[in-house]
Design a protein around this ligand. Structure first.
Ligand code: HEM
Length: 188
């Protein structure tokens, strides 16, 4: 089995992790929306159904998977582009992809740090809590929250660009880039 990407294609590990991260992100954002449904309901729902704990667990899995994924991204060759894209677009799309992979490490870490600085623990289903990284520090929490807001906005902008690139190559340029990311063998 091919474990690492090479010039000819993505490895099955990369493909599985890519879609796993996308699914985790959708689930985490979906839970965030569900919990923000209303101020009173949010507290009830979180307490009754343990949604916050499930979200914490998904965030932990995302964080751990993303550490390997970012390492693999920056230490593997990015496969040759399909079709004949503009070289500037290739550089931009690869840089955005690497930045997205890095954001999936930094943003969960910022949440963990912010919770600890606010005196709160990251509680998982079953009541297990992750160790608090630091003692409560309100000033640091405000700083981390600001950085999270900036980083989160930049991440969403990068993701929008990434999705636009996928749409453009699939619908406009009609290259098999998306099919390749779904595991199809593509002749270069
Ligand atoms: C429906 C959602 C998505 C679609 C359609 C999509 C599509 C693609 C495609 C077609 C490629 C291959 C680009 C190439 O050939 O060079 C790719 C690569 C990549 N995508 Fe996405 N993507 C999606 C979601 C995401 C998300 C949520 C993230 C990260 C948060 C992400 C991060 C990456 C990264 C880092 C790569 C480089 C390969 C790797 O190391 O995994 N993508 N994506």
């Amino acid at each position: 089995m091919q474990w690492r990407d090479n010039g000819l294609g993505f490895s099955p590990v990369t493909i599985v992790l890519h879609w796993m991260v996308a699914a985790l992100l959708v689930a985490i954002l979906g839970l965030e929306i569900a919990m923000a449904a209303g101020p009173e309901r949010a507290a009830d729902m979180a307490a009754d159904t343990g949604l916050a704990e499930v979200q914490n667990l998904l965030g932990l899995v995302l964080f751990l998977v993303s550490i390997y994924r970012f390492y693999a991204r920056i230490t593997s060759v990015h496969p040759l582009p399909v079709g004949t894209p503009n070289p500037v677009e290739v550089i931009v799309s690869r840089s955005v992809a690497a930045a997205l992979a890095l954001a999936m490490v930094l943003l969960p870490a910022a949440v963990w740090l912010s919770r600890a600085a606010g005196g709160a623990a990251v509680v998982l289903p079953g009541g297990h809590a992750l160790p608090r990284l630091i003692d409560p520090a309100p000033g640091l929490k405000a700083l981390v929250d600001t950085l999270f807001a900036i980083g989160g906005t930049a991440f969403l902008a990068g993701l929008a660009l990434h999705l636009f690139g996928a749409w453009k190559s699939h619908v406009v340029l009609k290259t098999p880039a998306v099919q390749r990311m779904l595991g199809k063998h593509v002749e270069l």
